[in-house]
Design a protein around this ligand. Structure first.
Ligand code: 5GP
Length: 190
């Protein structure tokens, strides 16, 4: 298999702002490329196949699990599977780049145990549960049931934050962006 390299993992409860931070880092001159995950859930809003996710049917997803195509996968929400394709990571490394993941907490910790010292795992901490709820409602992409599922999951995830290399508080966005960039530069020696 191809050469190996380093990985950056950003994990957080959904609504913490990790995607905004990951997008910021991708725009910095750090040699990062986003690992596009595969999912069996339907596209939301203006999401596109091959850009936001590889959208697979549940059958395709299961077949590829059996073939061993994933380095990690999880049923994040009941009926919705998400996973990282081995080929995606190898493609990015073969370009001499560092892989950056935007991942839920369980997936992030699985990747950290897989890559160990070749991984920098950052937990993005929302200012409070109240603020997280406000942000989830503000996005207007999920119905009440989904929002409740996401909040219940977030409570569990906060309890696992101490297993990450760093906890990054996302209270003030500009400061969080700066800190994220500094941590990654330090890790990559750039
Ligand atoms: P969403 O449906 O909001 O796009 O994502 C739901 C959750 O799945 C998020 O917490 C997201 O980080 C997580 N997720 C996205 N891709 C992957 C993946 O490849 N593996 C795992 N384990 N979780 C993922």
């Amino acid at each position: 298999m191809g050469q190996s390299g380093k990985v950056i993992i950003f994990s957080a409860p959904s609504g913490s702002g990790k995607t905004t931070l990951v997008k910021h880092l991708l725009g910095c001159d750090l040699g990062l490329e986003f690992s596009i995950s595969a999912t069996s859930r339907a596209p939301r809003g203006d999401e596109q196949d091959g850009r936001d996710y590889y959208f697979l049917s549940s059958e395709e997803f299961r077949e590829r699990v059996l073939k061993g195509d994933f380095i990690e996968w999880e049923e994040v929400y009941s009926g919705s599977m998400y996973g990282t394709l081995r080929a995606e990571v190898e493609r990015i490394w073969s370009e001499g780049k560092t892989v950056i993941f935007d991942m839920d907490v369980v997936g992030g910790l699985n990747l950290k145990s897989l890559y160990q010292e070749d991984a920098l795992a950052i937990f993005v901490m929302p200012p409070s549960m109240e603020e997280l709820e406000r942000r989830l409602r503000g996005r207007k992409t999920d119905d009440e049931d989904k929002i409740r599922q996401r909040l219940a999951k977030a409570r569990k995830e906060l309890g696992r934050s101490d297993r990450f290399d760093h906890i990054l508080l996302n209270n003030e966005l500009e400061m969080a962006k700066k800190e994220a960039e500094e941590r990654v530069r330090q890790f990559l020696g750039k």
